[in-house]
Write a protein that binds this ligand. Structure first.
Ligand SMILES: [Fe+2]
Length: 383
């Protein structure tokens, strides 16, 4: 018996996946009327009149909609939503949205039952107060295929005062049920599709090569990585089909399960420190740091890379093949290939490199010195 077969594996109580599955929401609510707080994004949900659709699906319950700001959750945005939630005192929450909405639901779930404010619980910068009571029951319905937040046990919150993004983390705040309905993803903009999809691909890859990878997460990633990459490549070429949306939605779901149980790596380490200081979308940071980090890790991950990609690469070096496909997806979506449009000073580079040392870095397959971190930052920012 090796340590490989010694692990914990957490997933929500139920996963309901497939086109049109949102209409099965009532099946998991029981028959007694409930007070339901529905967390949504700020505009897209209402523009598509999904508020009317969900009101109809949840007919007979007392529902209140709560809009979460479009940008990533902050200490302040969570405080505002918490006031609204405490005022309504719901029996249950349903979060319909992207990673920001789902992460906000996780934080609110813990705060509504454990009390206090979000800073009390944030890793590294807060009071390190533990979450001891099960959070308020909530159902996750992701509307983007990317973050995997619907199945993870941490809410990433930005603290502008501290200039970092940190997690509020506990298995007690995970969603109780997850409904992934790819029909809800089909109208996502090209930019959202790109950044969310690339985040999913990076999460699948980083959890697969993570030092904390375990047999179940590895098997799940092996079952979907190449298909997800291929579906995202098709989407980048304008093939916005329900089939491609469904495949990348599945990849995103698996990426969340894998990261929650196997951790991530240096790309997400950079995303945490840069995202706290600069207003750059998480998916964009992940997309641009993927190839430089892959290069750094190359020696340590060769055999895993062969296993994951050899058949898809068709005789090409899997390492070069993956870099090529990744760059191809970026350019098909017409995304920037570096961050040279952000002016960043030498001292900023050193500050960000110093802060790039959180929990994600501990899963990276090989160590990364401060000098290596500065080198990668300079490469991506073109300093
Ligand atoms: Fe991510």
């Amino acid at each position: 018996m090796t340590s490989l077969y010694d692990f914990n594996f957490s997933i929500p109580g139920s996963l309901i996946f497939g086109p049109g599955k949102r209409f099965e929401l009532n099946n998991i609510l029981g028959t007694s009327p409930l007070k339901i707080l529905i967390l949504t994004g700020s505009s897209w949900f209402y523009r598509l009149e999904l508020d009317k659709e969900f009101s109809q699906i949840l007919k007979g319950n007392q529902c209140r909609f709560c809009r979460i700001e479009k940008n990533e959750p902050t200490v302040e945005s969570i405080a505002g939503a918490l006031n609204e939630a405490r005022d309504f005192s719901p029996d249950l929450m349903i979060a319909v949205g992207g990673g920001s909405v789902l992460d906000s639901a996780k934080a609110l779930s813990g705060l509504l039952t454990n009390g206090g404010n979000v800073l009390d619980y944030l890793e590294g910068i807060g009071q390190n107060r533990p979450i001891v009571k099960p959070g308020l029951t909530w159902i996750a319905i992701p509307t983007t295929a990317g973050t995997g937040s619907e199945v993870s046990k941490n809410a990433v919150i930005k603290s502008p005062v501290h200039g970092v993004k940190k997690s509020m983390r506990s298995p007690l705040i995970m969603a109780s049920h997850v409904i992934v309905d790819p029909e809800l993803h089909i109208s996502a903009s090209s930019e959202v599709t790109a950044y969310a999809g690339l985040d999913a691909i990076v999460q699948l890859f980083e959890s697969y090569v993570s030092k904390k990878a375990q047999p179940m997460t590895s098997a799940l990633v092996e079952g979907c990585f190449v298909h997800s990459l291929s579906a995202l490549l098709s989407l980048s070429l304008g093939k916005n089909t329900l089939e491609n949306r469904t495949i990348i939605a599945y990849g995103s779901l698996i990426s969340g399960i894998a990261l929650a149980n196997a951790g991530l790596g240096a790309v997400h380490g950079f995303a945490s420190s840069i995202g706290g200081k600069f207003d750059i979308p998480h998916g964009q940071i992940c997309a641009l740091f993927f190839n430089p980090v892959l290069e750094h890790n190359r020696e340590s991950i060769g055999s895993k890379l062969d296993k994951l990609l050899a058949s898809a690469a068709g005789g090409e070096d899997p390492f070069e093949w993956l870099k090529k496909i990744f760059t191809c997806i970026l350019s098909n979506f017409r995304l920037p290939l570096n961050l040279s449009h952000f002016s960043i000073s030498e001292s900023d580079i050193e500050e960000v490199a110093n802060k790039t040392s959180g929990s994600s870095m501990s899963g990276n397959p090989c160590s990364m010195t401060l000098e290596s971190r500065c080198k990668i930052l300079k490469e991506v920012f073109r300093v």
